[in-house]
Design a protein. Structure first.
Length: 252
């Protein structure tokens, strides 16, 4: 397997995103953490993920329990999208609004994650069932009037924030698994991302394109190429047949 990562602080003062990957049982693990109120927890999660995966033998529920128990300030938090990729198999654990999609060589795509936002009716019910409140602040739903996410790691000062990840194993013949922070997915549709990736473009190009097309947030991308290592891996140089007008985008 080949794994490429890229990240940028965008137009923010600092980069609270973290990307990490490593080898695991003949395959690879990879994760994107998008921190908020600082990078303390996203940084610590990225630094410790490999050891935690080994300690938990890849059990994703246990991995997330360990990540949420990392010592940190009560006032910081992070999203977490973690994948363990093997031949024809991808296990995903997800909490927050970072994303993962599968992309085939022909450009077909499949979303693996659903954003956990306080604006979602089902998520709001979950927040309230856990003793929290959801308030609309300047038109945006926020847990306790503060946090847009309905589930996250950390954020211990808030009641009602969910700690249970969505976990699923997918058996697939798709070639690429793409992980992204919302700085990228707020700009591009899944179809646009798939069309870029299937042409062999790497993560640095996707990050650059997101910023060029109006992105302001931290932007992070990981591409896990699940084809045999002898196949051509993604590249951060634009493919020769890559016309920018050939794919749809979402405007910020």
């Amino acid at each position: 397997m080949n794994v490429l990562t890229a990240t940028s602080c965008g137009y923010r003062i600092s980069n609270e995103d973290r990307a990490v990957w490593g080898e695991w049982k003949g395959g690879a693990y990879a994760a994107v953490f998008d921190g908020h109120s600082g990078d303390e927890l996203s940084r610590k999660c990225a630094e410790r993920l490999g050891d935690i995966i080994r300690k938990c033998d890849g059990n994703m529920e246990k991995v997330f329990h360990e990540l949420d128990n990392i010592e940190c300030s009560d006032f910081v938090g992070t999203t977490a999208t973690v994948v363990i990729c093997g031949r024809g198999e991808v296990t995903v654990g997800h909490i927050g609004d970072s994303s993962a999609i599968l992309v085939s060589e022909s450009g077909r795509y499949r979303r693996l994650t659903r954003a956990h936002l306080a604006s979602d009716e089902v998520e709001r019910i979950g927040v309230m069932s856990r003793g929290g409140t959801v308030d609309k602040v300047r038109g945006v739903h926020r847990v306790g009037g503060c946090l847009m996410l309905s589930r996250s790691l950390g954020d211990r000062y808030l009641s009602g924030v969910g700690k249970t990840p969505d976990v699923a194993t997918h058996y697939t013949d798709y070639r690429y698994c793409v992980l992204m922070s919302d700085g990228v997915t707020d700009v591009f549709t899944d179809a646009a991302i798939a069309n870029v990736v299937r042409r062999g473009a790497g993560p640095a190009l996707l990050v650059s394109m997101a910023l060029d097309d109006g992105g302001r947030d931290n932007c992070t991308v990981i591409i896990v190429d699940m084809a045999p290592s002898s196949d051509s891996p993604p590249s951060d140089f634009p493919p020769s047949d890559f016309p920018p007008s050939d794919f749809p985008i979402n405007s910020v």
